[in-house]
Write a protein that binds this ligand. Structure first.
Ligand code: ZN
Length: 302
């Protein structure tokens, strides 16, 4: 679905003509639930954050609704992941730039030479950068700087909130590292629905295998299932994992294929990969999501 410039322009004019009351707060639109959570942590009550994608939503396949287009045209600033994670929104962001909206890819905070490469994405990089907690820290600092540029009167409050959040991220990293120490090196093999966990693997010394490749836009084939089935049997892997934003069927096909060869593998639980859990739950935050994933992985593979 493509939006022409004229439709965008008319939406913009309609939104400008609206007389709905304005609370005077900076209006921020975010794409993924991870980014929404980060920006809410920095902005607190001082800004209005509107997330486009909800819990369980797959950003690779996400297409903007008309409601999204209205949110975007009303926004003062738009934060997105970039690196072609939001594959179908690239055109929309370009058009938003064309009408003078500030759109910011949070991945611009990172030194590209340190990213994991990928032939699949047009960006040439693996976009699942939130699973590197050091990257998440850098992106939090970057987003804070950008918010201060646009909304300097709240500088002190943004910086205070940022510091509280960065301390929590540092504590989280230590906590996860110590949990992962319960798992001997040879058991650190993570098989999931799609290749979202390469940065997690690099951070915590796991070998990572995704059934569907880096994007969910390509389906797993029979060959992938056969290859990974052999891999599971050879490496005596106890558990594989489903993801909240990817249909379970490919992982279930894998489980069935392993059992058909008289070997046991469990579905070790559900991980949150490209979207957080429901709002109001622990897993609905970045920190709670990461803690849930690591506890699920370690407990199932031990
Ligand atoms: Zn993904």
């Amino acid at each position: 679905m493509k939006y022409s410039f004229y439709i965008l322009l008319s939406l913009l004019l309609v939104s400008c003509g609206e007389t709905k009351e304005d609370n005077g707060k900076l209006k921020v639109v975010t794409t993924t639930t991870m980014i929404t959570d980060m920006v809410e942590n920095i902005g607190g009550d001082l800004i209005e954050v509107n997330g486009m994608m909800g819990s369980g939503v797959d950003p690779h396949l996400y297409k903007p609704s008309e409601g999204d287009m209205r949110k975007l045209t009303n926004a003062d600033v738009i934060f997105y992941n970039g690196l072609h994670l939001e594959g179908k929104l690239v055109d929309v962001f370009e058009k938003m730039n064309g009408i003078g909206k500030t759109t910011i890819a949070i991945s611009d905070a990172l030194d590209k030479s340190t990213l994991i490469g990928s032939d699949y994405f047009a960006s040439n990089y693996d976009p699942h950068i939130w699973f590197d907690i050091d990257y998440w820290t850098q992106m939090t600092e970057f987003v804070t700087v950008k918010l201060i540029e646009i909304n300097p009167e709240n500088k002190a409050a943004f910086e205070k909130n940022r510091d509280i959040y960065l301390k929590k991220l540092a504590d989280l990293k230590r906590e996860l590292a110590s949990k992962i120490e319960e798992l001997p090196q040879e058991k650190r093999i993570l098989v999931t629905a799609h290749d979202a966990f390469n940065y997690f693997g690099r951070s915590f010394d796991f070998e990572v295998v995704g059934l569907q490749g880096l994007s969910t836009a390509t389906e797993a084939g029979v060959k992938d299932v056969q290859r990974i089935t052999q891999f599971i049997i050879e490496n005596k892997i106890k558990a594989v994992f489903v993801e909240s934003s990817v249909p379970r069927r490919t992982v279930e096909a894998l489980e069935a294929a392993v059992k058909a060869q008289n070997h046991e593998v469990q579905i070790g639980g559900e991980l949150f990969s490209d979207a957080l859990g429901s709002g109001g739950t622990e897993e609905g935050t970045y920190i709670g999501m990461y803690r849930h994933n690591v506890n699920t992985i370690v407990n199932a593979l031990k």
